[in-house]
Design a protein around this ligand. Sequence first.
Ligand code: TLP
Length: 340
Amino acid sequence: MIDLRSDTVTKPTFEMREAALEAEVGDDVYEEDPAVNELEEYAAARLGKEAALFVPTGTMGNQIAALTHCRPGQEVILEVDSHIFYYEGAGISALAGVQPRTIHGTRGVMDPEAVRDAIREDDIHLPETGLICLENTHNRAGGAVVPLKNMQEIYQIARENEIPVHLDGARLFNASVASGVDVKDYAAQADTVQFCLSKGLGAPVGSIITGTASFIKKARKWRKRLGGGMRQAGIIAAPGLVALKTMVGSLRDDHDNAQLLDSGLRGVEGLSIENKVETNIVLVNTKEAGFTAKEFVGKLKEAGILAISYGPYTVRLTTHHDVDREDIEEVNYRISGIVG
Ligand code: TLP
């Protein structure tokens, strides 16, 4: 099976497994796990923030950010196809007690003026705007890179209105590798950033939240309340540190492989590519080929390829460290067989 369902499916490298074996550990609830502390310090410095917190998943990282920034009854501005709105089980409403205010972006990019217009006035009838969320790269927009300038403009508006900004940077390193913009420059356009170690960077588990030291102190308490205070977590933090230190460069290969998929599949009659492929995600439209997305995913499975359905006629293929150029050539070949 060639598994292109997600970049979450990567298995830890040998070096990561070795790091887990050799990790010096302690009880992280007492902040005494040397491997976790090292990862948090390194991650904060890498993003140019004061402090960081290691959390089990990107979802928990985003939820902790909403819980820490907001009070119940507030409103959160975010893009209609953002992961936080679309894929987190309405967590921000169920847990943080906030109401989402969605904005339709273009390829995941929100118009700064639409954000400005969505910020609530001071009026007894209205909720307060408690947070603005950004996502880079934007998953459902096909791994689209949100331009730094757009983030700067939104952050400026947020500051004028004293509203914090949280960046869901699950794939921020993909954005950085594709655009050449340093992750620190992206991170400077948000008060807090969540990024995943367990996607393209290949770690088995884990995400990081970064922000000011006082924010991370409060976030640490939310993590504990949610049951995310882990004990000898160095066992999973150590592979995360290896991922962060050694795997960023290989994202370039994932992007090149996505380009190869893009050009291969464009040659298959009946299929079209919905997104401008900038990073590691390819969205294939199956309508003209006479398949629904679910049917096509079934056909792919029969041909030994795993993918996921992303809409009635949209199938997502994601490249990652555990597939190479030959695998992608094989995928292009097998797909031409399905449709042709
Ligand atoms: N995304 C997963 C699925 O949930 C769709 C994937 O396979 O792409 N933010 C963004 C932008 C994400 O894409 C994801 C995961 C998360 C947050 C959540 O991360 P985890 O899976 O660690 O909770």
